[in-house]
Design a protein around this ligand. Structure first.
Ligand code: CO8
Length: 251
């Protein structure tokens, strides 16, 4: 398997498993990741996803350059490509090394990014006569300043984990041996929250981002009203009043 997909209680861990090729995203990885993402999306018992790479060197060094051929980009495998930012459950990217090109683009499709101290991030496509094709030119300027995005995209140079933290591209930088424990702890924290609220937060944040403020506020109100109709909404209020931990069911 080029992607290991493990379910640990409410958490799913996706591990890109081609360490000999720095976890480059070849067609097999894309296909298997896609299948795993669909399973995660449709499994009501899974609430948070963690995406990482096998080994200690790379999260992913991007699209597999050795598969490059002239002509349009393939439509990412036989099935429609599902992105983490189209699934309304939170994703954490655990960057265990290089996150370059399509690897950084995948990390930017996640909601939170934790980097190991030695991780290096970049959009090196222009170094090989190409350009980002999976969101780099669009997401990076939305995540960091336009000037920093332009520098990363136009020079193709890598930045280290501390710099990525400084410019707001990653949430935390931790020693490598703390990477997965930190990601799991964050995932567990999110799993303790009301999942209907958590999912609505993610969807409204993403859908509302490009809306004018008034429309975004309306969207938020609509979702908040919908969350108020769920069992978990009343469970949260009851547990608060009864001074006990809530037992959320995801409905
Ligand atoms: N594709 C294929 N093989 C790769 C890739 C890659 N992206 N990156 C590394 N490898 C392979 C190397 O060829 C090498 O294989 P071998 O041992 O058979 O020669 C092995 O991984 C180890 O790599 P290196 O020996 O090069 O390791 P170094 O530590 O010397 O260098 C670097 C590490 C700097 C990360 C270097 O490997 C490198 O520059 N890699 C390419 C990074 C890059 O340019 N990425 C962008 C690719 S283009 C892209 O992502 C466009 C996205 C568009 C849409 C994507 C949709 C999924």
């Amino acid at each position: 398997m080029a992607v290991d997909y493990e379910k640990e209680g409410r958490i799913a861990v996706f591990t890109i498993n081609r360490p000999e090729a720095l976890n480059a995203l070849n067609s097999q990885v894309r296909q298997e990741l896609n299948q795993a993402l669909i399973d995660f999306r449709d499994d009501p018992d899974l609430w948070v996803g963690i995406i990482t790479g096998a080994g200690e060197k790379a999260f992913s060094a991007g699209a597999d350059i050795k598969e490059f051929r002239p002509g349009p980009m393939e439509t990412r495998g036989a099935v429609a490509w599902v992105r983490p930012d189209q699934i309304w459950k939170p994703f954490i990217a655990a960057l265990n090394g290089f996150a370059l090109g399509g690897g950084l683009e995948l990390a930017m499709e996640c909601d939170l990014r934790i980097a190991a101290e030695h991780a290096r991030l970049g959009q090196p496509e222009v170094n090989i006569g190409f350009m980002p094709g999976a969101g780099g030119t669009q997401r990076l300027p939305r995540f960091v300043s336009r000037a920093m995005a332009a520098e990363i995209l136009l020079t193709g140079q890598q930045i280290d984990a501390q710099e990525a933290y400084r410019i707001g591209l990653v949430n935390r930088v931790v020693p490598l041996d703390q990477l997965m424990p930190t990601a799991r702890k964050l995932a567990e924290t999110i799993c303790q929250r009301g999942p209907m609220g958590v999912r609505a937060v993610k969807e409204v944040m993403i859908r509302g981002y490009d809306l004018p403020l008034e429309q975004g506020l309306q969207l938020e109100r609509d979702f908040a009203n919908r969350v108020r109709t769920t069992e978990d909404f009343m469970e949260g209020a009851r547990a608060f009043a009864e001074k006990r931990p809530p037992q959320y069911k995801g409905r």
